[in-house]
Design a protein around this ligand. Structure first.
Ligand SMILES: [Zn+2]
Ligand SMILES: [Zn+2]
Length: 244
């Protein structure tokens, strides 16, 4: 299983091949790979970290003692092999097949489906924004592709929007930084569109992203949204790192 054996360009022209084991016809990930790497796990209701099967609470120990900053958080897959490689690969490739796969994996989990189905048009579904520089470089925001696919597949009635929450400062990639420096790096990175702040008063917001590692980006964005008056801020992410 080598991802780099074929250039991405060639890989992407073979739409019917499993992105993990390359068996086909099965795109983008075959059933055997889903069964092996994509089994749903019990997760903390507020930070989405995986919980031991026998753990008696819905929240992890840390969230029980220190509020996490999100009212609810859902993740479908571990940010580990093979998902971490695939998320990185498709960050630069707006294949609708991948967005559909991400959304269907999330919507396939009853907790995510139930959560999305109770949202109303007054609630916001917001992709975690990229800075203008990064968006220009990549050409698209994978979180927005996921947001739109989630809406299509779940029938979720929340209003999806890309101009309410803004990324106003270009920051160093979080992956280059130590955990303690991640929150500092994001200070002032997000803002609510000043002309639309009233749109958030007493409203529920669901943030959408493909990867959640330390959670620093989501938590910083959640803080900005709450300051603007949002009553609840939750998150739906495709992948979440394992507990450390
Ligand atoms: Zn496979
Ligand atoms: Zn937790």
């Amino acid at each position: 299983m080598h991802f780099s054996a074929l250039p991405a360009l060639i890989m992407n022209r073979i739409p019917s091949q499993c992105a993990v084991c390359r068996s086909w016809p099965s795109a983008p990930v075959c059933q055997a790979c889903m069964a092996r790497f994509g089994q749903p796990a019990r997760r903390c209701s507020t930070c989405a970290l995986e919980l031991p099967a026998e753990f008696p609470h819905t929240q992890c120990n840390r969230c029980q003692h220190t509020p996490f900053g999100l009212d609810a958080c859902f993740a479908a897959l571990p940010y580990a092999f093979p998902w971490s490689d695939l998320v990185s690969r498709y960050k630069f490739d707006s294949q609708t097949g991948w967005a559909t796969f991400m959304a269907s994996t999330l919507v396939g989990q009853p907790a995510v489906r139930d959560f999305l189905s109770q949202l109303t048009p007054d609630d916001w579904l917001l992709p975690l924004p990229l800075s203008t520089e990064r968006l220009a470089w990549r050409g698209f925001n994978q979180a927005w592709e996921l947001t739109r696919a989630l809406q299509r597949q779940s029938g979720c009635r929340a209003t999806a929007d890309t101009s309410l929450l803004l990324r106003i400062r270009h920051t160093r990639p979080q992956s280059e930084l130590k955990r303690s420096a991640r929150l500092d790096n994001l200070k002032g990175a997000f803002a609510v569109e000043p002309l639309r702040a009233a749109d958030l008063k007493s409203r529920r917001v669901v943030l959408v992203d493909d990867v959640m590692t330390s959670g620093a980006s989501l938590l910083t964005a959640a803080g900005v949204l709450r300051q603007a008056g949002a009553s609840h801020v939750s998150a739906v992410v495709l992948t979440r790192t394992a507990p450390t």
